[in-house]
Design a protein around this ligand. Structure first.
Ligand SMILES: [Zn+2]
Ligand SMILES: [Zn+2]
Length: 402
């Protein structure tokens, strides 16, 4: 049979009997069981599934030793398993390896058959056995498998691999480094798709940097983890723009007309390097504190850096502002001062001064909520900050990013 033809060969007698047994099991009465009976049945069925996985692995290993995949037009047995058995390459590889190692893993196979370990444990043991060869200690690893859940057991297997063959371990790590990549693709609507692979240490560095930034900011923060991580990556980038080595500090470069900056109707969008055109609202926010941004005006084809002296918070003032606010002033937010920008309560483009009483520190997300999200921020005379959510209008309500 050639892949894709869709013809299904008749089942062999053994597989036919197996399928009949499964059908009979599915037809069993399913009412009137106690919770205890359901949980017991669940664990028993899992053991049978795992035993079947081991049988599948044995077959997969036997199949991989033939050239049948080649005859059917596939470049490897893994490709065949992926296509015909609808598996990921990792799952297919696990099964071929488990089948290959089955003969030398008799104790682990027994432990699986009695439900002491699962197939996922067995696959990890098999991968370890294949990697360390003659220095493999089944008894010791099986002892750990009986005690540990999959995730910590994976670490135990890696320790065993390192102990048995540190050179091979470092070579595998090098392969991870060689696979590194990052692609940033701008979609039709201007959002950026991020996809990449990082080596172990690089990935851990990224997560270590992002995790504290991705924590919930106060009680009203209902963003899910993936959204908080996305925000954290932007925070990290903004922080780099604001705090990089001065001589090499990059700037977000925005080119706009005065009409756009003033938010006049009929004004075009603004242009930003590495981005599709951005809205007047976004420019208003970026121009609010221009320590990370250069705003250029393009009237009469002249490009000038506009109003820089007017809007830039001076050194001593910036210091005083950081001391006064300490960090993001949004109630419940704990971003420190170095992770914030100075928001003009009355925008400088509308005559607001760049003086302490007209400035508050806001982190990237809360700054967004004030400008694009239409939240209001009020600073009372005694220094208290109050936030007012956007009013319901005729159109859809402006939402905060979460
Ligand atoms: Zn602002
Ligand atoms: Zn904040």
């Amino acid at each position: 049979m050639v892949a894709g033809e869709g013809a299904i060969a008749p089942l062999s007698e053994d597989v036919g009997r197996l399928r009949e047994a499964v059908e009979a099991f599915r037809r069993r009465p399913k009412t009137g069981r106690t919770q205890e009976q359901i949980s017991h049945e669940l664990s028993q069925v899992r053991v049978i599934c795992d035993v079947m996985e081991l049988e599948f692995s044995d077959l997969a290993s036997e199949f991989a030793a033939t050239d049948e995949y080649d005859q059917q037009g596939f470049d490897s047995p893994i490709s065949w398993l992926k296509q015909v058995c609808h598996m990921s390459s990792g799952a297919a590889g696990d099964r071929v390896c488990a089948g290959d190692q089955l003969q030398r893993l008799g104790q682990s196979a027994d432990a699986l058959a009695t439900g002491e370990i699962g197939f996922a444990h067995f696959a990890l043991i098999a991968r370890t056995a294949a990697a360390v060869g003659g220095r493999f200690d089944e008894v010791e690893l099986l002892r750990k498998a009986r005690k540990l859940n999959i995730f910590p057991f994976r670490n135990s297997c890696l320790h065993a691999r390192h102990a048995a063959n540190p050179e091979r371990f470092v070579n595998e790590e090098k392969e991870g480094v060689e696979a590194r990549s990052l692609t940033l693709t701008t979609a039709d609507d201007g959002v950026v798709l991020v996809q990449g692979i990082l080596d172990k240490v690089g990935g851990a560095a990224l997560r270590t940097a992002l995790e504290p930034l991705a924590k919930r900011a106060g009680k009203g923060d209902h963003r899910k983890l993936d959204r908080r991580l996305g925000d954290a990556l932007v925070d990290l980038s903004m922080h780099a723009l604001d705090n990089g080595v001065p001589s090499r500090r990059p700037h977000l470069q925005v080119t706009t007309s005065l009409e756009t900056l003033l938010g006049l109707s009929g004004a075009p969008a603004a242009e930003m390097e590495f981005s599709l055109p951005i809205s007047a609202k976004a420019v208003e926010r970026l121009a609010c504190d221009c320590s990370v941004t250069r705003i250029l005006l393009n009237s009469d084809s002249m490009v000038i850096d506009v109003g820089r002296a007017k809007r830039l918070v001076s050194g001593p003032q910036s210091k005083a502002l950081r001391v006064r606010d300490g960090g993001c002033t949004w109630p419940g937010c704990d971003r420190p001062a170095t992770w914030t920008s100075a928001h003009h309560v009355v925008h400088w483009i509308h005559g607001g001064s760049t003086d302490l009483p007209n400035l508050v520190l806001l982190c990237y997300r809360h700054h967004w909520m004030v400008h694009e999200g239409n939240w209001q921020i009020v600073r009372t005379d005694d220094g208290c900050i109050h936030t007012i959510p956007p009013l319901m209008g005729f159109g859809s309500r402006s939402r905060e990013p979460d």
